[in-house]
Design a protein. Structure first.
Lengths: 461, 112
């Protein structure tokens, strides 16, 4: 690392050493370095796991978080503050620290924060390294080993490098590969996931032979299309850029002849399926320009005043579609343990259900990582109570997915079905951190995720 | 001239399903044509079936230059990189170069 003049270290210098081990061992092995994988790793470390390794397929952490940015909108504010009070706030604080805009309202959403997609991944890396977590990049897991036991003993990378572990977390997500995006969507759109380069996503749950479910669509199809894309900021009209940078949002009316209301049903993100989105181009400032729709053919987009020279940054082929999600959902219980023939597999993020969002990924990841360590310690797993939004969501989503038709809905703290439920249950009371901290205190769970589970085991003897 | 499947393969299984001599099977990253079994559909179809059904044009006549290059790729994309909290710089994970290449299956499928 090199030292900048203000004392900060930079990561990313050309590596000069070669790590000569052909295998490695960790207490907790997290497969997938997206938001949920990072959450699981941090939770496991804080719970006392000595060695935690994150294995990430691509060259960066965060996965879709690299093109995301929306935090704290609607019910996500609640989940965020509950997680902070629970002691699982490290990643949320990273997002707050890189926020370009706070307390933004946009159609259907209140008090949102937008993190800067340019700075978020290095910040997440620093957070993991500061906590003593090891991560491997360009390390796609393509096989799981059980050695005839009822536990996963290790996972291997494409080149055969074996990483053994005592407990595993499947945080591989549900997006792509190319054949899934072709079958369920409009084809490979060359998105941030970059399947051809780093290899398509491989489900750890699937490697163990556990059957998984697919999300469904109202039209009878499978999967759901990602709900937003990114435009190059410099390609928009300066007035639009200025508005976005000032307030965080720009709404540009779509000429009447382009309005396509029926496209609303295609999106993964039902919380954005409102009429405002059919009649306006809604742009959010996450450093680049987040366009709140799954895709628009470039020819149509460029007919919108101010966007005559617009260009996609992600997905590169936003003209034809977006990446497809929810291809493989792990069967799990409310402790995030994967149901099946192995006893040491947990899941997080999109694997854990039809959950949409970074907040949802971080929260489920944290629970998975925490319970992975409880498993190591021989302790009862933690199931968050339904008096907390985070606990209620984990249970509710699982129950709903087990009902007929439940696989066609999408769940998020930020809108649609689950936000409605939050309001009905009195779980949402606006942007008031103290209310949610008090709620966690009342449940007796303040700072729970910071308790050393493994260490306590030693003391008890 | 037998056919081969290039890296464009999206694992859609159309070729394996339609091959009249069952020469195609799934490999670790993509489907592979066994050159000892492939007969280029001679006597069976006017043009090779796999090339016809492949939705991405990944099924083409075998070219040694392509297979040689694929066999020398040490890893998909690049070698894994390890970031350890105690390491001051990130470290490449040694993969033993060619012997551990995940693309060696291409060479293996070409063995006579």
């Amino acid at each position: 690392m090199s030292q900048a003049t203000d004392g900060t270290k930079t990561i990313g210098v050309v590596p000069s050493t070669v790590y000569k081990r052909k295998s490695a061992h960790a207490d907790v092995v997290v497969v997938g370095g997206g938001w949920s994988g990072c959450g699981a790793a941090l939770a496991a470390k804080k719970a006392g796991a000595e060695r935690v390794i994150v294995l990430e397929r691509s060259d960066s952490l965060l996965g879709t978080g690299l093109v995301g940015g929306i935090m704290r909108n609607n019910g996500r504010f609640v989940a965020t503050e509950e997680m902070i009070a629970l002691g699982g706030g490290a990643l949320f604080k990273v997002c707050d620290a890189t926020a370009r805009h706070n307390n933004v309202d946009f159609p259907g959403h209140k008090h949102a924060s937008f993190y800067d997609v340019a700075h978020i991944e290095p910040a997440a890396r620093r957070c993991l390294l500061e906590h003593g977590i090891e991560f491997w990049l360009i390390a796609r897991v393509t096989s799981a080993h059980r050695s005839g036991t009822s536990s996963i003993t290790g996972v291997a990378l494409e080149n055969g490098t074996l990483i053994t572990g005592d407990v595993f977390v499947d945080a591989t997500g549900t997006v792509g590969g190319q054949s899934w995006c072709t079958e369920a969507g409009n084809g490979c759109v060359m998105c941030i996931v970059r399947c051809p380069t780093f290899g398509p996503r491989v489900s750890l749950t699937g490697l163990v032979g556990i059957p998984e479910r697919m999300g469904t669509r109202p039209d009878g199809g499978f999967g759901a299309m990602s709900g937003s894309c990114k435009l190059a900021k410099d390609t928009l009209h300066p007035d639009i850029i200025a508005e976005m940078e000032r307030t965080g949002v720009a709404m540009v009316p779509i000429p009447e002849h382009l309005v396509h209301e029926e496209k609303l049903g295609l999106k993964a993100c039902q919380q954005y399926a409102l009429p405002e989105y059919a009649h306006n181009i809604i742009l959010l400032d996450t450093g680049q320009v987040k366009l709140m729709t799954s895709y628009i053919p470039l020819e149509q987009l460029r007919q919108v005043p101010g966007l005559e020279e617009a260009r996609y940054l992600d997905p590169y082929s936003g003209t034809i579609g977006n990446s497809m999600r929810y291809s493989q959902l792990s069967p799990r219980d409310d402790a995030m343990h994967v149901r099946g023939p192995v006893d040491n597999l947990y899941c997080a993020g999109e694997k854990a259900g039809l959950l949409v969002g970074h907040t949802e990924a971080m929260a489920t990841g944290w629970v998975a990582g925490h319970n992975a360590v409880r498993y190591l310690a021989g302790k009862e797993p933690l199931i968050l109570p339904d008096t907390l939004a985070v606990g209620d969501a984990i249970t509710y989503v699982r129950e709903e997915m087990e009902r007929p038709g439940g696989l066609s809905k999408k769940y998020t703290f930020s809108g649609s079905v689950y936000f409605q439920r939050m309001k009905q249950k009195g779980l949402y009371d606006g942007p008031k951190p103290e209310v949610y901290h008090a709620r966690v205190a009342k449940a007796g769970l303040t700072d729970l995720f910071n308790e050393k589970i493994l260490q306590r085991e030693k003391v008890a003897v | 001239m037998p056919h081969m499947i290039t890296a464009e393969c999206i694992n859609c299984t159309a070729c394996a399903t339609d091959c009249p001599v069952e020469a195609i099977s799934p490999g670790s990253h993509q489907f592979i044509i066994n050159p000892k079994v492939c007969v280029d559909c001679e006597g069976l179809y006017n043009t090779p079936r796999c090339a016809e059904v492949c939705p991405v044009g990944a099924c083409v006549p075998k070219r040694e230059s392509y297979e040689k290059k694929m066999a020398t790729l040490a890893a998909r994309g690049a070698r894994p990189v390890r970031y350890g909290p105690e390491a001051s710089t990130p470290e490449y994970v040694e993969v033993g170069w060619y012997e551990e290449s995940p693309f060696l299956f291409i060479q293996a499928s070409g063995e006579s």
